[in-house]
Design a protein around this ligand. Structure first.
Ligand SMILES: [Zn+2]
Length: 332
């Protein structure tokens, strides 16, 4: 986004937030300490603890029911309303984030990807990191076929490997689940590493998901079965991917699922690449989902579309940086 449009964008947000008090939806993925975090998705427990202290004292953190009530009934939010969400369903959400949320009496919503629960397989972007960026001798070149197309990547130096990792991330995130699986199979074969994942990157077990669902400061939501960019799928495929995670979670938890977040969820796209589209919204409505969040910068107002609400990604910010960002989020 260029400078001029960035300014216009900021002015629009500023005016909207002056017209009506907004709510801000925060997006987290992980609360833990990792050796490396190339996607920058993890917040350390110390920083998360400090962030929660600040939110609990200076903001109005709504739980999922309350947030849904305001969005559905188009009721303006209380001053400085914040809604906390987590994507993907990592085990640390239960072991590290939930105890801190409980301690601060701050609620959050956890969107769960269902296909790898109770397995020791990692989500594909973590798997890609494990294969390319952790110890092991890799061949100097990678030849891989993705979606019928041949790709060649240099993997002879650490810099080349890192570039290959980021390049593959970009390609695979717009592929259908079967193509991602096929690419991963080729990568296991090529690297000599198998599909068994790391304990540090595992997802919650069913036992943990159920305990999370029963916890005072947690609500469970859906995040598809296999985490594809649903905008790349047909309507029927989208309906199945989203519907499967909903059905599986309802079966396990025994409660109706109303919440969903789009995998990746960005509004930016290249050419025909989409993280979600009009069919995604149609599928969510047909499945009876009530509140759906995306992943693009913005604030929530009574006029926001409840099937593609903006969320703001939180990084591993120390408290002074977090405090500054929060002030900014409410302005524009
Ligand atoms: Zn996700």
């Amino acid at each position: 986004m260029g400078n001029v449009s960035q300014k216009v964008f900021s002015v629009m947000h500023y005016v909207a937030n002056k017209v009506q008090r907004p709510a801000v939806v925060l997006l987290y993925h992980r609360v833990t300490t990792l050796q490396q975090d190339p996607q920058e998705l993890s917040v350390t427990p110390a920083n998360f603890n400090a962030q929660l202290t600040h939110l609990a004292s200076d903001y109005h953190v709504l739980d999922a029911d309350r947030f849904l009530y305001h969005v559905k009934n188009k009721k303006p939010f209380p001053e400085r309303s914040v809604f906390i969400t987590f994507d993907d369903g990592y085990a640390d959400n239960y072991h590290e984030a939930l105890p801190l949320l409980t301690k601060h009496e701050v609620p959050a919503l956890f969107y769960i990807t269902t296909s790898k629960i109770n397995t020791n397989y990692e989500l594909w972007w973590d798997d890609l990191e494990r294969i390319l960026l952790t110890d092991g001798n890799l061949p100097p070149e990678l030849h891989i076929t993705i979606n019928g197309q041949s790709w060649q990547y240099a993997t002879g130096t650490l810099t080349a490997i890192r570039q290959t990792y980021y390049a593959l991330q970009q390609v695979l995130r717009f592929c259908k689940p079967a193509m991602i699986e096929s690419a991963m199979e080729q990568l296991y074969e090529w690297s000599g590493k198998d599909a068994n994942g790391r304990a540090s990157h595992r997802l919650m077990t069913w036992e943990e998901v159920k305990a999370m669902g029963g916890a005072n400061y947690a609500t469970i939501g859906c995040h598809t079965h296999r985490h594809p960019a649903v905008g790349m799928l047909s309507y029927e495929e989208q309906y199945t991917e989203i519907g499967m995670s909903k059905e599986i979670l309802e079966g396990a938890l025994g409660t109706p699922q109303e919440h969903f977040s789009y995998p990746f969820g960005g509004r930016k796209f290249l050419g025909s690449k989409r993280y979600y589209n009009a069919d995604s919204i149609k599928a969510c409505k047909a499945l009876g989902l009530q509140l759906v969040t995306a992943n693009y910068y913005g604030q929530v107002h009574t006029w926001s579309n409840p099937y593609a609400l903006p969320r703001i990604l939180v990084r591993d910010w120390p408290i002074d940086v977090f405090r500054r960002h929060m002030q900014q989020f409410f302005k524009y």
